[in-house]
Design a protein around this ligand. Structure first.
Ligand code: GLN
Length: 483
């Protein structure tokens, strides 16, 4: 039962082959049995799940239908869930029970999705390995000695290990696509503004975007359908109608113009990954796509720009966690300054503290022009590169990551080494564009992802290309041994 995709579950529920309650109980038992190896969940919500499953079964018995009605999912632990711990992977929020549901959580619940729990993540979504979580590292089900990617590593590991069919995630610089690549999943970061950020604890507000992690593009379409849409509570949410994502999955790829940036195949890319990307290009050519070499000349500046902008926004967003308004409060403070200092010093881990300091420095009076303003200018150049490229091509294709999942602890002593791994993903966040990662093969038994980028609001195009690819390849069907 645990092998089913969301689409298969939807069909099974519609055909009355099983109930949502039965399925939910099977998956909860599987999580209890297997998750100790992975640490992919921070909280399990068994009672809520059974209650929601029963309610979904009752709605279906009353004649309601819908692909998410009774479908089991989990939320990355930065989506606020009313009355349920929402920790953001941090000691700072270990005892925080959100007083309301994030829009994404409320929308999915209204569609009948069943919440099995809250998934582990890098602290405040800062990281690429899920090792900065206060609740401990998450393991990659493909090799328990390797990282699952981050920051949505818990959602990725849980779905990859077939503990559940799909989960929500967020992507500020790659945190949906990179863990998807590292665990053989399909993950979509939508256009900035497509999915409401209301109730999604902010890391870098101008870059953060929620999206689906699942095994197939078909399932990403189903989950995105439930997440996307205008929200008046989010001032950056865009009032643009949500298309039927599942309806566009069958379009032919005949004549589709795929751009392959020459900058992507530089020295930093593992040659074995480069070969798998070439194979995926050949596969798409067989389906009728036309390949064109393009250039993204400012790509080399994207990492430094991102690692100024994201920490700058984080330093501002995280100022609210001071032991007074939100978050952990230290014992016996001597005075207000002592309370702030010790509450924040105790509540935040080292990576979060590093980013707050980098951000505060970049925003300070003497350095604002030299760092923050400069980074914003680079951001515009990165966007302009994409706009020029999309005059010539329909999608852009390349690797999701330069290397496969590294060993746990391998980059702990060198944060910049980890930042460099984000080279292919962060440009989409800087430009606000949608991006998808899908399985493209294996290197040393570890999954490799191919990334597709599209113009604004062309999520449907990305899902269509990925679905057609998945109809003709079987990488996405591979299951990690032991799960
Ligand atoms: N790895 C990037 C960072 O650490 C991206 C994280 C994310 O997308 N949340 O900032």
């Amino acid at each position: 039962m645990h092998q089913m995709t969301l689409a298969e579950i939807a069909r099974g529920l519609a055909d009355k082959k099983f109930s949502s309650e039965e399925l939910t109980k099977v998956l909860l038992a599987r999580i209890t049995q297997l998750d100790p190896q992975l640490n992919s969940f921070i909280s399990l919500t068994e009672e809520l799940a059974i209650e929601q499953a029963k309610a979904a079964d009752a709605r279906r018995a009353n004649g309601e239908s819908g692909a998410l009605l009774g479908a089991p999912i989990a939320h990355k632990d930065l989506f606020c869930t009313q009355g349920i711990r929402t920790s953001c992977g941090s000691k700072m929020l270990d005892n925080f029970k959100a007083p309301y549901d994030a829009t994404v959580v409320a929308k999915l619940a209204a569609a009948g999705a069943v919440t099995l729990g809250k998934t582990n993540m890098d602290e405040f979504a800062m990281g690429s390995a899920n090792e900065s979580s206060w609740y401990g590292a998450v393991k990659n089900p493909w090799n328990l000695e390797h990282v699952p990617g981050g920051s949505s590593g818990g959602s990725a590991a849980a779905v990859a290990a077939r503990l559940l069919p799909a989960a929500t995630a967020t992507d500020t610089g790659g945190s949906i696509r990179q863990p998807a690549a590292f665990t053989n999943l399909t993950g979509l970061k939508p256009t900035y503004g497509r999915v409401s950020r209301w109730g999604m604890i902010a890391y870098a507000s101008s870059l953060d975007q929620g999206g689906p992690l699942a095994r197939t593009a078909e399932d990403c379409a189903i989950l995105l359908q439930g997440m996307a849409g205008f929200d008046q509570n989010d001032s950056t949410s865009i009032e643009e109608p949500v298309p039927d994502y599942s309806a566009s999955l069958g379009d032919s790829l005949q004549g589709l113009r795929i751009g392959v940036p020459k900058e992507y195949f530089s020295a930093g890319l593992d040659p074995r990954i480069a070969e798998l990307i070439q194979n995926s290009i050949k596969e798409l050519q067989k389906l009728g796509a036309v390949i064109k070499e393009i250039s993204l000349p400012n790509m080399q500046h994207a990492i430094p720009a991102y690692y100024v902008i994201a920490p700058a926004e984080a330093s501002s967003n995280l100022s609210r966690f001071d032991g007074v308004r939100f978050g952990h409060r230290c014992e016996n403070p001597e005075n207000l300054i002592d309370l702030y200092k010790r509450s924040r010093g105790e509540g935040f881990g080292p990576e979060v503290q590093r980013r707050i300091m980098v951000g505060a420095y970049a925003l300070s009076a003497g350095y604002y022009d030299a760092y923050y303003l400069k980074a914003q200018k680079i951001r515009r150049l990165v966007k302009n590169d994409f706009m020029a490229a999309f005059n010539e091509v329909d999608i852009i294709l390349g690797p999701t990551t330069p290397n496969p999942a590294w060993k746990l602890g391998a980059k702990n002593s060198d944060p910049v080494a980890a930042y460099l791994e984000d080279v292919y993903t962060i440009t989409a966040n800087l430009a606000g564009l949608p991006g998808l990662s899908m399985p493209a093969g294996f290197v040393d038994g570890l999954p490799v992802g191919v990334q597709l980028l599209a113009p604004y609001f062309q999520e449907g195009r990305l899902l269509n290309v990925a679905h057609q690819y998945q109809l003709n390849t079987d990488w996405h069907t591979r299951t990690p041994t032991g799960f």
